[in-house]
Design a protein around this ligand. Structure first.
Ligand code: HEM
Length: 425
């Protein structure tokens, strides 16, 4: 047994595999000992998850990085339709006709179109707006009583930003957020699948109606730009456009929201690291990359499937099997990162090494936007509230319990923004 196994009561590899398969609560709260055990003794392991589709989990850094770029491991879900239906029901198909679920040449075509509209200039132009939204959200937070930072700040900030970028009107955003939340939290029971189908149907109808509206009245937002590109170049069909809006709105807020929460929790529980960032603000960019490595908000890359039998470290992933790449585990691999379980805001070279934004063709499209949002959110929060503290003991922080660990994030993050002003002080 490794040291980590002993500390967390894992007695065997079988237990680690079972924990990873079930997604049970203690493992969800702290998956790292399970990953450490798997990296050591079952780096490519077969899981039997509650959704009923056998899946191969890759946990070592080198293997994960190679798998993310391996053309034999496909992202085209239409080629693995039976497995997808079993896991998600058949309602996801229309929403998943986008770059994240395709291989070249379709992926190359779709990504090129988005790149032409999702330009660095468009992203950079959002800076003053992100600052203003951050300030306004914090203006609305009480300093007299504990605040759930996820609800009041971490979620609304990226949601408002992505909705403004796309051109989703203010009074329609809460519906989009509500439907996205159902998709993100879904389990695998019959009721879960029914709820999922309703939310996905609503999202489909909503984006179809939004496109029709913006086609009638052209706009300068991203949806307007994508419609123009589609009309001028004819390079993307209606289903692909709709699905692209969906992936941007979903990936564009959940990931960043959870990452803001993870960042604040870890900085508040590693005060020496927070002090270093506060005294040397130039360190913040590296600190954000270290947070993405140490406790990123994407735990597993999205599903892939094997196009042929693939043998990695002696284990054969059979043709057709689903593949999951545990980027959270790869990012803690001691073969790649020195003392990987230490949170070190000065860690050299972390930005180019971590896999928190993926790697290869599907490398996160929104990484520059996410980095800018993180920078502004954390700077604004810690400048305005330098005494901010957790309002609960750190060990009581509640991690997402969904049995399907795509995201790593908190349910809530109660903080006292200004502990000296709290009622009763
Ligand atoms: C901290 C925030 C974020 C994290 C940790 C993150 C992480 C990731 C990861 C790991 C992937 C690769 C998935 C895979 O290979 O299976 C990915 C892809 C993607 N992300 Fe992000 N993301 C973040 C923010 C964003 C934002 C803000 C947007 C949009 C505005 C976005 C849009 C996308 C898209 C469209 C893809 C698919 C790219 C492709 O298939 O070519 N992400 N992201």
């Amino acid at each position: 047994m490794t040291q980590l196994d002993e500390r967390d009561g894992l007695e065997s590899t079988e237990q680690a595999v079972a924990a990873a398969s079930r997604g049970a609560a203690p493992y969800r709260a702290n998956p790292y000992p399970v990953y450490a055990c798997l990296r050591e003794s079952a780096p490519v392991c077969r899981l039997s998850p509650p959704h009923g589709v056998e899946t191969y989990l890759i946990t070592r850094y080198d293997d994960a990085k190679a798998a993310l770029t391996d053309p034999r491991i496909s992202k085209d879900m239409y080629e693995a339709i039976d497995q997808y239906h079993t896991i998600f029901g058949d309602s996801s198909i229309a929403l998943d006709d986008n770059m994240l679920f395709s291989d070249p040449p379709k992926h190359t075509r779709l990504r090129r179109i988005i790149n032409s509209a999702f330009t660095p200039r468009r992203i950079e132009s959002l800076r003053p707006r992100i600052q203003k939204i951050s300030d306004e959200l914090l203006d609305g937070c009480s300093t007299r009583e504990p605040v759930d930072l996820l609800e009041k700040f971490a979620f609304p900030l990226p949601l408002i930003v992505i909705c403004e970028l796309l051109g989703i009107p203010e009074d329609e955003r809460s519906d989009v957020q509500k439907w996205c939340a159902v998709v993100a939290r879904t389990g695998f029971s019959k009721q879960d699948k029914e709820r999922l189908a309703v939310a996905e149907g609503a999202l489909r109808d909503y984006f179809a109606e939004l496109i029709a509206r913006k086609r009638k009245t052209p706009s300068d937002d991203l949806v307007g730009a994508l419609i123009r590109t589609q009309d001028e170049q004819g390079a993307m069909n209606d289903g692909e456009l709709l699905s692209t809006l969906w992936v941007l709105s979903f990936a564009g807020h959940k990931t960043t929201a959870y990452l803001i929460g993870n960042a604040v929790l870890n900085l508040l529980t590693h005060r020496d690291q927070l002090r270093q960032v506060l005294t040397d603000p130039d360190l913040l960019a590296n600190a954000i990359e270290e947070i993405i490595r140490y406790e990123g908000s994407v735990e597993n890359a999205t599903f892939r499937h094997a196009l042929e039998d693939i043998t990695i470290r002696g284990t054969t992933i059979p043709k057709g099997a689903l593949v999951q790449i545990a980027v959270a585990s790869a990012n803690r691999d001691p073969e790649k990162f020195e003392c990987p379980d230490n949170f070190d805001v000065r860690r050299p070279g972390v930005q180019s090494a971590h896999l928190g934004f993926g790697s290869g063709p599907h490398y996160c499209l929104g990484a520059p936007l996410a980095r800018m949002e993180m920078q502004l959110a954390l700077t604004t929060l810690f400048t305005r509230f330098p005494a901010i503290d957790l309002a609960i003991p750190a060990q009581e922080a509640e991690w997402l319990k969904v049995p399907f660990p795509a995201f790593r994030g908190l349910e809530k993050l109660p903080v006292a923004l200004d502990p000296s002003r709290r009622l009763g002080n």
